[in-house]
Design a binder for this molecule. Sequence first.
Ligand code: BTN
Length: 371
Amino acid sequence: MRAKSGSPARPRRPTRATHRRQPSRATLERRPASFPDVAARVLATLRSAPVVSGERLSVDIHVSRTAIWKHVERLRALGYRIDAERTRGYRLRAVPDRLLAVEIERLLDTERFGRHIVYFSETDSTNVQATRLAQAGAPEGTLVVAERQTRGRGRLGRSWVSPAHVSLYASFVLRPTLAPADAPQIGLAAAVAVARALAPLAPGKVAIKWPNDCLLDGRKVAGILTEMDAEIDRVHSVVLGIGVNLNTSARAFPPELRATATSVQLVTGRKVDRVAFTAALCGALEAVYDRLLREGFGALVAEWNAYSCLTGREVTVECAGQRTGGRVRGLDARGRLVLDGPRGEEHIVAGDVTLVGGCCALRTGAKSNDG
Ligand code: BTN
């Protein structure tokens, strides 16, 4: 449960009085949770003063007092703590630790990212749901979030361990004006955005491991999975899936991941406000994505290299059963990993990197939360 006023890291923004309508979801397996417009307005009014009378709510929102009571009950069922004080009215005491659209929206500072949110308390994979929404015409920046994934997907066919209510599982629908061959740059750019969002929570501890893993203290804290719907020369849509271990306890990771995976809370000892983090991530993503489309990946290379834990290190890279190796120079302007190898300079497009002789983190198993 989060306190009503939130942490200092959560600046208040003007509350949006309306809740966006979601597109047709006829094709979805499970209906995402909806948040009625009136409930959003009741909530906004309750936030505007310490105590608000039923009479005032009813006049301001133009619904009967019985309807107000029903919506207060709905909010309580979602986990909002609302006291009813007999002579004075309703008092919002605490908001639930849930990634509800109405909570994320009020902190957003973006034009497109997160301006349309689809929330699941549970789903198979937010990437699967976002892909369906993309095919159904969802606008760019549409965000799918879930409290828990039952079949979270990682890179290279791995799974992504996704326990409930502790982390962020998010997928964005994008419609980039990039050539299909350059689409992997979106994942690289997104890693910079994740690093930017994590940096204030764990200053000096954030690193990126090519292509787009984020590490804290050398262990994997976030992973990115981009999936593309394209023709040979045209991208229809990209789904950018991001998993960030925020408040995951060591016990919530399966034993085989405990040495290589971590969460922000495990590293810093402080619980992360997941809503504030999600809104901050939307802002960081929109900034890097717009820059990528406007100026090209070259404009982000210096920042990517500054976060990289691989520069100057000896690595091996595996891709589709092929193995190569060498000393990492950095990224080139197209996002390829540049190696000084036995055959001279190599530019690697895709693969799985392992450091020769240890850390960033060790690679084990078929789950992807590890580094
Ligand atoms: C990796 O292997 O490092 C990528 C992991 C990506 C996980 C995220 S969680 C949200 C989105 N939905 C998924 O099923 N996967 C991505």
